[in-house]
Ligand binder design. Structure first.
Ligand SMILES: *Cc1c(COP(=O)(O)O)cnc(C)c1O
Length: 404
């Protein structure tokens, strides 16, 4: 046969699409579509949550130093470099009074994203149910699917200006097949920080039904006003059934470094490590040393960072309200969720697809984070981890487009 006689459909992709059934519903993320739209239209991108300024200069220099000194340029140890594991445990102790053994109860990962994937791949059997708070961070559904689990959403619903967890709904979601609760607080995309009452109920349920808990706390340092971040691992009976996920990306404004970690009891961390070692094995060598220094920064860094982000939140919240959006109170994270029904709109997807042309701004329809799409239809998310001038410019554009 000559090459010109090659069949037109060599892999038989017409008969069987290449993407497997587990991932068929997760084509490409909304962020790719919206970022392309932002570029094409010259819009201000408040879609994806990454800062437009880098974190502390001294920490960037610490990474340069590590790289120059030849620390981390070759494969670091599988569990993470000792300096970083020690810094993670020191941080958990200093902030929350939690004690972990850096050798057996800490694992460094390629960002929180890998920690989530490895936790689900390491802890779930096919068919296990995972109860997760809806709307959810976009990798949760895909990772549960990759692990062969079944996701069972519990929907956070607006109540007096904040998204609230319905404790009866949470209880009702747990069955004999439930293996773990997947929690996220401070919560992306709603900006909710779970209250002591909500967390107590989660902890009691986990203990009563003997469930594991995986808790994504990457925004632990971004809580505002009266809200307080309470790690689930600090609640009675929780330390040894909880895998806590943290990350340097959001706390230190270096999202490209991809340094995350998990803490938990040795058997759980070991299960996560079993999966993690066959994903990336290790990552981010020199950055691990820099993040170890970052975690040891004085309280003034964390306070200054929080104050700066609070100012940004206020600029965006006020601007969105002036433009006519119904704005939910953001108690934590990088994000503000709005309700567009106050603008006479009902479909967040259509709204966000048209927004770049209409106003020169990009936002994300919260519906993409829901299984019950209709429950999220009128909600739209904006990120405020951007320079204040940029936020002011964006809200001015929105005001011109909507508030006349
Ligand atoms: C950004 C984010 C992550 C991913 O963190 P990386 O460290 O960048 O992988 C995980 N969970 C939530 C809720 C996030 O917002």
């Amino acid at each position: 046969m000559t090459s010109s006689a090659r069949p037109a459909d060599p892999a038989g992709t017409a008969a069987r699409p290449p993407l497997n059934r587990r991932l068929a519903e997760f084509g490409t993320t909304i962020f790719a579509e919206m970022s392309a739209l932002a570029q094409r239209t010259g819009s201000i991108n408040l879609g994806q949550g990454f800062p437009d300024t880098d974190g502390p200069e001294e920490i960037r220099e610490a990474a340069v130093r590590a790289l120059r000194d030849g620390r981390g340029n070759q494969y670091p140890p599988g569990p993470g470099v000792p300096e970083l594991r020690a810094a993670v445990t020191a941080h958990q102790l200093r902030r929350y009074g939690l004690t972990f053994d850096p050798d057996t109860e800490v694992l460094v990962t390629a960002g929180a994203t890998e920690a989530i994937a490895a936790a689900l791949l390491g802890l779930l059997e096919p068919g296990d149910e995972v109860v997760a708070l809806e709307p959810y961070y976009d990798s949760y559904a895909a990772c549960i699917a990759m692990a062969g689990g079944r996701r069972v959403p519990v929907t956070l619903r607006p109540h007096e200006g904040r998204f609230r967890l319905d404790l009866d709904e949470l209880r009702a979601a747990v069955t004999d097949r439930t293996r773990l609760l997947l929690i996220n607080t401070p919560h992306n995309p709603t900006g909710t920080v779970l209250t002591r009452t909500e967390l107590t109920a989660i902890a009691e349920l986990a203990v009563e039904r003997d469930l594991l808990v995986v808790t994504d706390e990457v925004y632990e340092h971004l809580v505002f006003d009266e809200a307080e971040h309470l790690p689930l691992a600090t609640f009675p009976g929780m330390r040894d059934r909880t895998v806590t996920i943290g990350s340097a990306g959001k706390t230190f404004s270096f999202t490209g470094w991809k340094v995350g970690w998990v803490t938990g009891a040795p058997v759980l961390v070991s299960a996560v490590r079993s999966a993690k070692q066959y994903l990336t094995y290790v990552a981010s060598g020199p950055f691990q040393y820099a993040v170890a220094e970052a975690l040891a920064l004085p309280d003034s860094y964390f306070e200054g960072f929080r104050a700066d982000m609070l100012t940004k939140r206020n600029v965006l919240a006020t601007g969105l309200a002036d433009a006519g959006f119904d704005v939910f109170r953001t108690a934590g994270t990088y994000f503000i969720t709005t309700d567009i029904r106050s603008l006479g709109e009902t479909d967040g997807f259509a709204f966000c697809r048209a927004l770049p042309e209409r106003a020169g701004v990009v936002a994300i329809p919260n519906a993409v984070f829901y299984d019950h799409r209709e429950a999220g239809a009128p909600f739209v998310r904006f990120a405020f981890c951007k320079r204040t001038e940029m936020l002011a410019d964006a809200t001015e554009r929105l005001r011109k487009a909507f508030a006349c």
